[in-house]
Design a protein around this ligand. Structure first.
Ligand SMILES: [Zn+2]
Length: 373
């Protein structure tokens, strides 16, 4: 247990941060996967690389040296892709100031990924093993909704007794025991074009119709029920003097549980025109199902909280509107999320982690690996 040191952990995190890995740069992401695979093999882990496809990088499965084939174990999930484009390091280089380390992806989530990796390496390096075998999955496409990893995630979750996700902690070190589901929609309105001077009355403005639909959509927001709808982009029309034939919008919706998800998705898909002679086409749907703090998750949280108390900190949990790969596993195996580093600024140019969180959080991950059975 004495093994973790802030400086050593930080050096390892720095190394991963300084290898830039935007989701849409598959070779860069695969490069870091290769490096992690080499590091994992050096402490006896069994590694498997799943070649990238559809413009994404490789995924990597690291299995503890112990554990039999088919034995249910602990699945640790981390993504190594970030939202920061290549070259971000020049504008926001890794740096440490007043107990805070900055860098692209340091908080979401290379910090947490590295802590869990270090916990497994420590246990293996001491020649110990744990009651349950440990599988650490590193994915390359989380930041765009995990299109090429979701099947693998669900397959590995089905082989797991517990799932631990190293997304960052939030709001003062809280971990995540419930997440809203996320839906995405594209709205396409088709009207009828007309000369806006000579034949205005013949036109059916797609823009006017979309404007009305936006009000309908935004009225679906219900904070008390945990439903939010956001029309995030709009476009349409061609010129000021043409009644717009087409208009589009991209919509994000968050829902707290499966029943409300079903109800609200049906409402959006079933949008009907407000005005005459226009058509509305809605595509899309739920891309990350919601998960709630089910009894198995509550028990796992209580266990984790007791471990944190032994280490010396008070662990709280929360429910968040943000999605993660935990959304794909919570209905399969008890899932705890937000076990990564504490900090703030995910997806921004001031992404940061708090150095004082590194050792306690690494210890917590290690204790979870050692005590779950
Ligand atoms: Zn993340």
């Amino acid at each position: 247990m004495a093994g973790f040191e802030t400086e050593k952990l930080l050096a390892g995190i720095r190394d991963w941060v300084e290898h830039e890995t935007p989701t849409d740069a598959p070779q860069a992401v695969s490069g870091l996967m290769a490096k992690v695979a080499t590091e994992a093999a050096s402490f006896g882990a069994r590694v498997q690389r799943i070649p990238g496809r559809d413009g994404f990088g490789d995924h990597l499965v690291v299995r503890s040296p112990w554990g039999a084939e088919g034995e249910k174990g602990i699945l640790v999930m981390s993504h190594l892709d970030t939202v920061h484009p290549v070259g971000s390091l020049e504008r926001m280089p890794f740096r440490v100031e007043d107990g805070i380390a900055y860098g692209p992806g340091i908080y979401d989530m290379k910090g947490g990924a590295y802590l869990a990796f270090s916990a497994l390496r420590e246990i293996a390096g001491e020649g110990r093993n744990t009651a349950l075998p440990i599988t650490h999955l590193f994915t390359s496409d989380e930041e765009v909704g995990s299109p090429t990893s979701v099947a693998l995630i669900r397959q590995l979750a089905a082989e797991a007794k517990y799932v631990l996700v190293t997304e960052p902690a939030r709001e003062g070190g809280k971990i995540v025991t419930a997440r809203k589901g996320a839906a995405r929609f594209e709205i396409h309105v088709k009207g009828r074009p007309a000369h806006s001077g000579a034949r205005h009355q013949d036109g059916r403005s797609a823009i006017e119709e979309l404007a009305r639909q936006i009000l309908v959509l935004h009225a679906f927001t219900d904070y008390a029920r945990g439903v939010t709808v956001n029309v995030g982009t709009i476009s349409g029309g061609t010129r000021a003097n043409v009644v717009a034939e087409e208009a589009h919008a991209l919509v994000d919706m968050r829902v707290p549980n499966p029943a409300i998800a079903e109800e609200m998705v049906a409402k959006v898909v079933g949008l009907t025109p407000v005005g005459p002679d226009v058509t509305i086409t809605v595509t899309g749907g739920l891309n990350r199902p919601p998960y709630e703090k089910l009894p198995g998750i509550a028990a796992l949280f209580d266990h984790t909280r007791a471990l944190a108390a032994e280490i010396g900190f008070d662990l709280q949990d929360l429910k968040t509107g943000g999605g993660s790969d935990g959304n794909f596993t919570a209905d399969i195996a008890p899932t705890l999320d937000g076990l990564g580093v504490d900090g703030k600024g995910g997806h921004t140019n001031y992404e940061q982690l708090y150095l004082e969180s590194l050792v306690p959080r690494a210890r917590l991950l290690r204790r979870l690996m050692e005590t779950l059975e």
